[in-house]
Structure formats: C-alpha cells, structure tokens
Ligand binder design. Structure first.
Ligand code: CTP
Length: 399
C-alpha cells in the first residue's frame, strides 16, 4: 500500500485534513500525519491517529518514536503533502530552516512535495510570501492555489484552502503519473447534447456525464494534458482540466474538431443526441401553433467524421445499446474506424444512464473482447485507461 505523508499546520482549515485523509484512504493509500506544534493548539493529534491508525508525529525528539524517524519515514512515502500550509511553514521550507519534524522531514524527502496554502489574504499576497512560493516552485515544489472567498478573519480574498477533492486529485497526479501519458493530449467528450425547438423545449437523453468526467479525471491523474468537451451536466469538472462547455451536437462537433489535430487520444463518452428539429426558433412557440408532427433530422455523427480523417489519434468510442450489445458495438467500431470500443447496456437501471456504477464490454478491432464486471465508474475509467496505455505502448514500440 502506498503511503502519503500529510503535514498539517495551524490554520482553522485544518479540519479539512480529515476529509483529505478519507479521500486518500478511498484510493487505497495510507496516510501518516505530521502536525506542527502550533497545529496541536487547534486540535489534539489523537484525532488524526484515530483516523489513520498510525501515531501522529509532532516532535523531533519523542520517546515513543523510532530514532531518526524523519529519515526512516522518507523511504516509506510517495508524496509529502502540506495541507493546510501556513505562511510560516512556507517561509521555513523556502529558506531551509529545519527546526521541527515537518521542516526537517521536507529536507530529507526525495519524493514529490505538494503545498496547499491557507492564510489571511494579505499574508498570502504579501511579497515575502509570494517570493517564498516562487522560490519553492523553482525548486520543483508543486502548489495547489488557495481559493478566493470568505476567510476565517472575516475578510474576502485569496487564501482559503483549496477543496479536499482538488488537493487529492493533484496529489494523485504527482503519485500516479505514467511516462507514456506525459505530453499526451487526451480529448474527452462527456454528457448529453440538447437540440432545441425553441428556448424552452429540446430533444436530449438522460446522460449524466459521470463516465466522461471520471475518464477526464483518470487521464489527468495519469499525467496527460486533458481537454474535456462537456454537454450540459451538473458535475464539478476535475481539477486543472481544460473544459469547454457546449449545448448542441453541432457545438460539440466544432469544439472537438478545433482540438482534434493536436489530440493523441480521443474518448467519445458523450451521448450525442442523434436528432435535432429541422427548425429551431428564437421565441417560445405557443403550443396551439405546434401541429401533430414535427420534422426532425439527423445531427452530425462526430465520431464517424473523426474516424474518417484519423491520423495519429487513437479513437475510443462508447456504444449505448439495449440488446445484442456486443454485436452492435462491434459493427459501430468498424463503421467508425475505432481502436477501442466500450459497449454498455443502457437498459439496466443499476448500470445505465445516470448511475454511479457501470458494467461494460471492451472490444478491439481484431475481434478480441473483455467483460468488465459491475464496478464504480471511477474503477471502470481506470480499466479503460489501462487498455489505452497498452495501445499507446504498442504504438510507441512500432513507431
Ligand atoms: N456519436 C457521435 N455523434 C453522434 C452520435 C454518436 O460522435 N451524432 C458517438 C458517441 O459519442 C459514441 C458513439 O458515437 O462514442 C456511438 O454512439 P451510440 O449512440 O451508441 O450510437 P449511434 O452511432 O448514435 O447509433 P444508434 O443510436 O443508431 O445506435
């Protein structure tokens, strides 16, 4: 099991460290907490000991501690995350002061270091703090920028600890990045599209976008540059992912084509609406004026167009089926010139549109197939990307 060292400093926001620990544990990581002496004024170290199952470290010299633990722990951890980090610890780390366990440990670690600052906005914006941050960045230390908002001191501005989700996602990118994904551009589409008759009526489907957003998060954590083209969904985009929001199939097509030439991998997870109204009106139409039938026409098939003009891109499609799932998905894969197809049965409520889980078949153009049993969309996205990794490695070997 991989281990994270979590430095916790004296900020009101240290309660968020509990959520950070839980998110790491959900991802299969163990956490060892190192508190500064001043942080223990806010909360008893036993809180973190209970949460992590490992004794929280505070002092350099502690009878209960293994001798020179700051050195032995170095070999056990994959990342040193300091969250929340005060102006004081940032200053100490920037100038090499090593007068407590956390600052001594920083000088001893060889793993990546990530700092999530949290402080009053004037302290954060002070040229000295900014200079310290720049210094650390130049030394290769990574930062999660604080958010703007109401601070504990009553002021408003930058200085609020970033969300635990954002901090953990960036941490995982530092720990999980793979060489093959570095410098790769991965274009992912997600969610439904909407085709409007007038401003209040549209054709669409029940896609929630969860699968596409999980794929974007996975690609980000593996170290890629991610471009997410998203239809209208109610989801928080993954941290540091470039997002373009679109509404209609035509808008999605334009956005995808704009980035296609640069893309190494395209994953079309979006449930693009297949039809649009032949006429889309700017004003709400009175229902009496709408006859018994409306004329519809096909939207552009984006993936088909990408397949027809494919060069270096690895194309991954999704097939939403309700019967003869693999047969139909194989046909679509051939027709759209794909390198990998993910087929799912959307008629099943526990794994269909909007659900948290999925169960899919992975299909390859050479006729191979593999069933991925029901699991969370997060885990499914990891399985899909481990197959994309195999394909990218094959390409690299053959080039
Ligand atoms: N797709 C697309 N543009 C469309 C429709 C679908 O790019 N106008 C993409 C989807 O994002 C998906 C794949 O094509 O990756 C298959 O989509 P699916 O809805 O399963 O199949 P369709 O090609 O639309 O065919 P049908 O609806 O007849 O099953």
């Amino acid at each position: 099991m991989k281990k994270i060292a979590l430095g916790v400093c004296s900020s009101i926001s240290l309660y968020k460290a509990c959520e950070i620990i839980r998110l790491f544990q959900e991802e299969g990581f163990s956490v060892r907490v190192i508190m500064t002496e001043k942080a223990t004024r806010f909360i008893n170290p036993y809180l973190f000991t209970s949460l992590t199952g490992e004794r929280t470290i505070v002092h350099l010299f502690d009878e209960q501690q293994r001798p020179i633990e700051h050195i032995s722990l170095v070999d056990e951890v994959s990342l040193l995350l300091v969250a929340p980090a005060t102006a004081n610890i940032i200053g100490k780390l920037a100038s090499g002061v090593a007068d407590d366990f956390l600052s001594t440990f920083y000088l001893a670690v060889k793993c990546p270091v990530l700092i999530a600052p949290a402080m009053n906005e004037a302290m954060f914006l002070h040229p000295q703090t900014q200079e310290n941050i720049r210094k650390l960045k130049n030394l290769g230390v990574e930062f999660v920028e604080p958010e703007s908002g109401y601070l504990a001191c009553g002021k408003k501005g930058p200085g609020r600890l970033a969300s635990p989700e954002k901090i953990v996602q960036k941490s995982l990118r530092l720990v999980r990045s793979k060489e093959i994904f570095k410098n790769k551009v991965i274009l992912i589409t997600a969610g439904p599209t909407r085709e409007f008759l007038d401003p209040v009526r549209y054709l669409s489907n029940p896609s929630s976008g969860k699968m596409g957003y999980e794929l974007a998060r996975e690609a980000y954590e593996l170290g890629a540059e991610v471009i997410l083209i998203s239809g209208p969904v109610d989801l928080e985009p993954p941290a540091e992912v470039y997002v373009e929001k679109v509404i209609t199939a035509e808008e999605m097509r334009q956005a995808v084509l704009k980035h296609y030439a640069r893309a190494d991998v395209v994953v079309m997870a979006a449930a693009v609406a297949d039809f649009k109204f032949s006429q889309s009106l700017p004003d709400k139409v009175k229902k009496e004026k709408i006859g018994p039938s409306l004329t519809i026409e096909k939207t552009p098939d984006i993936l088909q167009e990408l397949g027809a003009s494919k060069s270096q891109q690895l194309l991954v499609g999704f097939a939403a089926e309700t019967s003869q799932v693999t047969d139909r998905a194989f046909q679509k894969m051939k027709q759209k010139n794909l390198d990998l197809m993910v087929a799912n049965d959307v008629s099943r409520p526990e794994t269909g549109f909007g659900s948290d889980d999925n169960e899919v078949w992975l299909l390859w153009p050479d006729g191979r197939s593999k069933k991925i049993p029901r699991m969370s969309k997060r885990k499914i996205s990891q399985q899909i990307f481990s197959e994309i990794e195999v394909l990218l490695n094959e390409r690299q070997r053959n080039s």
